[in-house]
Write a protein that binds this ligand. Structure first.
Ligand SMILES: [Zn+2]
Ligand SMILES: [Zn+2]
Length: 193
């Protein structure tokens, strides 16, 4: 495992800037890995970890950097709950831990560094200094991961009976005996022009 400042530098490069979210995300992910006893996420433990992130903001990029979990490897899962939180699943042991940033950490940052007017700068410094137990809640959890959710799982592809597009295993929907993609089944997020 790299040191905090090394991860922070990596995160800054990937994310495009250094911000309070990077500090928070690096710490959150390092704590999650520490709790699971995973000390080499980029090396020998590379294929053990699946991470669920709960927000599409700054901290999520840092979590991806520290864990090495990527959407394209099916190791990063996004649940859009708008929370600075992530759940780390060790697929080798089945153990899982959810770490969430405490809402009180913002007020604590203000208290600790009233001399810094810029909120981002204030939080960046405070989020380095605040102890784990004041910054995060830690919760051991159970995550049901069906085989098709695991990185590297290979399954059958099928074709949507309406639009004809290919669908990867078990992402299809059955409606009145027909095999459909989620879009044709009514979950479409776009309207054809
Ligand atoms: Zn940012
Ligand atoms: Zn379709």
């Amino acid at each position: 495992m790299k040191a905090f400042d090394e991860y922070l530098r990596d995160a800054e490069i990937v994310h495009g800037h250094l911000c309070a979210g990077q500090v928070l995300g690096v710490r959150l992910a390092m704590l999650g890995l520490f709790k699971l006893g995973i000390d080499d996420p980029a090396g020998k433990d590379r294929k053990r970890l699946v991470t669920f992130v709960e927000i599409d903001r700054c901290a999520t990029d840092a979590v991806a950097v520290v864990t090495g979990c990527r959407l394209g490897k099916r190791a990063l899962k996004f649940r859009d709950w708008g929370k600075v939180a992530a759940t780390f699943v060790d697929t080798a042991t089945g153990k899982a831990v959810r770490i969430a940033a405490k809402e009180s950490s913002r007020a604590l940052a203000r208290q600790m560094h009233p001399e810094i007017a810029d909120k981002n700068q204030q939080q960046m410094l405070a989020y380095r200094e605040i102890a784990d137990e004041d910054l995060f809640t830690i919760q051991w959890v159970k995550v049901d991961l069906p085989p098709e959710e695991f990185p590297g799982y290979k399954g059958e592809r099928t074709v949507c009976e309406t639009c004809g597009e290919g669908i990867n295993f078990r992402r299809e929907v059955r409606v009145a005996g027909r095999v459909l993609c989620r879009s044709c089944a009514g979950e479409c997020y776009y309207q054809p022009l």
